[in-house]
Design a protein around this ligand. Structure first.
Ligand code: ADP
Ligand code: MG
Length: 345
């Protein structure tokens, strides 16, 4: 089809060369940042221009990787150090909208997505590599943290100033920064005239436009084995974010301890293997996937409603797949999946 179009239409030279080189004019690039593999895909963009814009994206990811890093020294760790003094100060200005949006989404999630639990994440050893093997934190340390459990309500942002009232409070944006970054970069792509693209951070992505005449086709990883659990058909502008207990974990005496913590208990959240959220905006989808993972069996539907999310697929720890009707409408389970599926409102 594409070749025929190339022959029939008088196309700019550059687009012709894209048609010559590949069956479809798809540009693909990848780089490492945010502790994961970042992939960009553009459809129908002249190659040299695609390279230029992809390099802009890469540089931006590298800058944010440094600026938002939860434990390597930079603007976010500096902000955490100053917050712990409980005195007002002016952080790096670019951080303020990021923190304000994280705070807003945290409130919307009833604090289950809680970006202020950096110290708890550090106690568990999830800030750093490699992960601890053979030991988990002293329960007394977790109890001490719980006694002062911070939330975003302990922070005030006024103008360019920020202040904390809780000495245990430290930001870790690991559950939200990828989504926030992707939203900014999709805006950038549009400004640069690119309207058919995917920005993918380790399986969490936002897709805009189409892949030629077809919708983008997004695979969701199976939480318990190699391969695909389901495919999602996107249309228009769609973000697909998954939080899973298989991303970062360690085992002690055969028990898994994974990286998504329940701020109510101080321990890894239970009841769920993976949650996938589909939503227009990537920052919201990212925060919501984490929040619904934490919400678990009893609360996930109520929290989804609060956050304005109608497309959710949740695999519980028994392997049962729960889907909202709106999610079912865009999801095709892989043919080898014979798990129980429950459609719930
Ligand atoms: P992914 O590993 O796919 O990015 P998430 O978006 O759920 O998964 O982010 C998990 C990360 O978020 C953890 O590594 C940790 O840094 C942080 N985190 C863990 N629990 C919470 C929570 N309840 N609220 C906010 N951030 C969290
Ligand atoms: Mg998340």
């Amino acid at each position: 089809m594409i070749h025929r179009l190339c022959l029939l239409l008088v196309l700019p030279l550059a687009l012709l060369s894209a048609c010559d080189n590949t069956a479809e004019p798809v540009f693909h690039d990848q780089y490492l940042a945010f502790g994961t593999l970042i992939e960009v895909t553009f459809y129908g963009v002249e190659h040299a221009y695609a390279e230029t814009v992809s390099t802009e994206i890469e540089l931006q990811f590298m800058t944010w990787h440094h600026d938002w890093h939860p434990w390597e020294p930079g603007p976010l760790t500096e902000t955490n150090t100053r917050l712990a003094t409980l005195q007002p100060f002016t952080p790096e200005p670019a951080l303020l909208p990021l923190l304000a949006e994280a705070n807003r989404l945290s409130r919307l999630s009833n604090h289950l997505f809680n970006p202020t639990i950096g110290k708890l994440i550090a106690v568990w050893g999830f800030q750093g590599n490699p992960l601890p093997e053979g030991a988990y934190p002293d329960p007394a340390t977790i109890e001490q943290w719980l006694a002062q459990a911070p939330t975003v309500d302990d922070v005030s942002i006024q103008g360019t100033q920020i202040v904390s009232r809780n000495p245990q409070l430290a930001y870790d944006l690991g559950a939200f920064a990828k989504g926030y970054a992707i939203d900014q970069l999709i805006d950038h792509l549009r400004k640069r005239g690119i309207h058919n693209a995917i920005v993918n951070t380790g399986g969490d992505l936002r897709a805009i436009g189409t892949r030629g005449e077809r919708a983008w086709n997004i695979g969701i990883r199976h939480p318990r084995r190699e391969g695909i659990l389901a495919r999602i058909k996107t249309s228009g502008d769609t973000s697909v974010f998954t939080s899973g207990d298989y991303e970062r974990l360690f085992e002690v005496d055969g028990k898994r301890f994974h990286h998504i913590l329940d701020p109510r208990t101080g321990y890894p959240a239970t009841g769920t293997s993976a949650v996938t959220v589909v939503h227009e905006n990537a920052a919201t989808a990212d925060a919501a996937a984490t929040a619904l993972f934490v919400a678990g069996t009893d609360d996930w539907q109520a929290i989804a409603r609060r956050m304005g999310i109608d497309r959710v697929m949740r695999v519980d720890s028994a392997g049962v797949i729960h889907m909202t009707p709106a999610m079912q409408a865009i999801t095709e389970l892989n043919e080898d999946i014979n798990a129980e599926v429950r459609i719930t409102h």
